[in-house]
Ligand binder design. Structure first.
Ligand SMILES: C[S@@+](CC[C@H](N)C(=O)[O-])C[C@H]1O[C@@H](n2cnc3c(N)ncnc32)[C@H](O)[C@@H]1O
Length: 187
C-alpha cells in the first residue's frame, strides 16, 4: 500500500512539466498567528510549500513525506527562499513521530485517522495541530479524491480531538473544494 503511494506520488512529482505550487495553503497563511512558535513537524509535506512558509516565519521545521521526488522539490524551494528545513523521507504509517517533540504539527490533504494518536503523543502540552483536507461533501462535487476513505466526516474528526481544546473548526466550501479545517491545542 505504502510502496504504491510512493510510486504514485513520485510519478506525479516527477512528471514532465510538473510545477508545484509554492504558495502555502491559504488557511495556514491566514491562521499562522494562532499557531505559536518553536518546532514544527509537517506531515505529508509534499513539495514543501507549507514547510518552507513556516520556516520563513521562524519555525524549526521537519518535513516528512513518502516521496523523495516531492522532498527534492521541497529542498530546492527552501534553498531558493534562503531557509533550512529538515527533510525526512519516510512512510508515516510506520514512522515514529516521537513524544512531546513538537510545538506544532501540520497535516494538509493527507487523511490518515490511525495517525491521530501518534500526533497526540508527539505534540507538546499547549502545542497545536493544524489540519485541512477534503470533507465527505466533496464526493458530490467535481475533483478531489476518488476514494471516500480520504474524505473526512466532521463528527469523526471532532471525536478524535474531543480531549483537546478546539480553537478553530470549519466545515466549508472554499474555491470549489469542500474541506474541513481544524486547529486544536493539546491540553
Ligand atoms: C495531496 S498531497 C499533499 C501535500 C502537501 N501536504 C500539500 O498540501 O501540498 C499528499 C501527500 O501525502 C504523501 N503521502 C502519501 N502517503 C504517505 C505515507 N504513507 N507516508 C508519508 N507520506 C505520504 C504524498 O507523497 C503526498 O506528498
Amino acid at each position: 500500500m505504502s510502496e504504491a503511494a510512493r510510486e504514485k506520488w513520485d510519478a506525479r512529482y516527477g512528471a514532465d512539466g510538473y510545477e508545484p505550487s509554492e504558495e502555502p495553503v491559504p488557511f495556514l497563511r491566514e491562521r499562522v498567528g494562532d499557531l505559536g512558535s518553536g518546532s514544527a513537524l509537517c506531515l505529508a509535506a509534499g513539495t514543501g510549500r507549507n514547510a518552507v512558509f513556516l520556516a520563513e516565519r521562524g519555525f524549526a521545521v521537519t518535513a516528512v513525506d513518502i516521496s523523495p521526488r516531492g522532498l527534492a522539490w521541497a529542498c530546492a524551494l527552501a534553498q531558493r527562499r534562503g531557509v533550512e528545513i529538515e527533510i525526512v523521507a519516510a512512510d508515516l504509517l510506520s514512522y515514529d513521530l516521537g513524544t512531546a517533540a513538537y510545538d506544532l504539527i501540520t497535516d494538509f490533504y493527507f487523511y490518515e485517522p490511525d495517525l491521530f494518536p501518534a500526533i497526540g503523543r508527539a505534540i507538546k502540552p499547549g502545542g497545536r495541530f493544524v489540519f485541512q483536507t477534503f470533507s465527505v461533501a466533496q464526493a458530490a462535487m467535481s475533483g478531489g479524491p476518488s476514494n471516500r476513505a480520504f474524505m473526512v466526516e466532521q463528527g469523526d474528526l471532532l471525536a478524535a480531538f474531543a480531549d483537546w481544546r478546539v480553537r478553530y473548526f470549519e466545515d466549508t466550501v472554499v474555491e470549489d473544494q469542500a474541506v474541513v479545517r481544524l486547529i486544536a491545542e493539546k491540553r
